[in-house]
Design a protein. Structure first.
Length: 251
């Protein structure tokens, strides 16, 4: 039997990168998956690529009205959701002095508030389902700081602590909450960071050099852990912040 045959999952930021890889893996493992993102065309292409019958939900997870609409669509199409992957996120480069108020607010609105709003909204549905699993895509930079990541690191640190608090509060309800903490992953977001650097090749070489495994990560490197955390195989795992980082934190 596929590992997620009995799961109804919502994956945010599903159009590209990590979210796309996780959504594909969930479909392969038999889950009914709602693909959430702001660009409908990217979600539609993923739905065709993944096969199965994923549900496309173009939405902004920082808006409560959009979240309500997502849950209504999922319940109508599939039934009661019991898995949520909060992957939607943004990255702005800069020190605390360089980051603008608008960039700071957008970082926390998407990276933290969106995850909180959707998690809060799905909790009654997970209780109805008899339990569930919430997987937050955080970052190793929510554990260790880094240069020019004042807003991003702070937001991911907040997401990790939200993960732990929710795990404590809802464990007795059989609702598990965990975080995946990737290091530098080859996505559109990180490609843009490298592209804007004065010397992109030097930046890429430097980033590879801080990972003992000798390469940057791929979105698919995270998908297996997401499947595990969504499945019943991880029924005694909650409140964890799990690095998937090519050895970055070991250095």
């Amino acid at each position: 039997m596929p590992r997620l045959a009995n799961k109804i999952a919502i994956v945010t930021g599903a159009g590209t990168g990590i979210g796309r890889a996780i959504a594909r893996a969930f479909v392969r493992e038999g889950a009914k998956v709602a693909l959430v993102g702001r660009r409908a065309e990217m979600l539609e292409s993923l739905a065709q690529e993944a096969g199965g019958t994923p549900l496309v939900c173009a939405a902004d997870v920082s808006r409560q009205t959009d979240i309500d609409r997502i849950l209504q669509k999922v319940n109508a199409a599939f039934g009661t959701p019991n898995v949520l992957v909060n992957n939607a996120g943004v990255l702005h480069i800069g020190t605390a002095e360089q980051i603008s108020e608008e960039q700071w607010d957008q970082t926390f609105t998407i990276n933290v508030r969106g995850a909180w709003l959707l998690s809060r909204a799905i909790l009654p549905h997970m209780r109805k389902a008899g339990g569930g699993s919430i997987v937050n895509v955080a970052s190793v930079l929510g554990i260790n700081g880094a240069r020019l990541r004042a807003a991003y690191s702070a937001s991911k640190g907040a997401l990790i602590l939200l993960t732990k608090c929710m795990a404590i509060d809802h464990g007795v309800e059989k609702i598990r909450v965990n975080a995946i903490c990737p290091s530098f992953i080859e996505t559109d977001l990180t490609a843009e960071v490298i592209r804007k650097a004065p010397d992109p090749s030097a930046v890429r070489k430097e980033r590879m050099g801080v990972h003992p495994i000798g390469r940057l990560g791929e979105p698919e490197d995270l998908a297996g852990l997401a499947v595990y955390l969504a499945s019943d195989e991880s029924s005694w795992v909650t409140g964890a912040a799990m690095p998937v980082d090519g050895g970055y934190l070991a250095v």
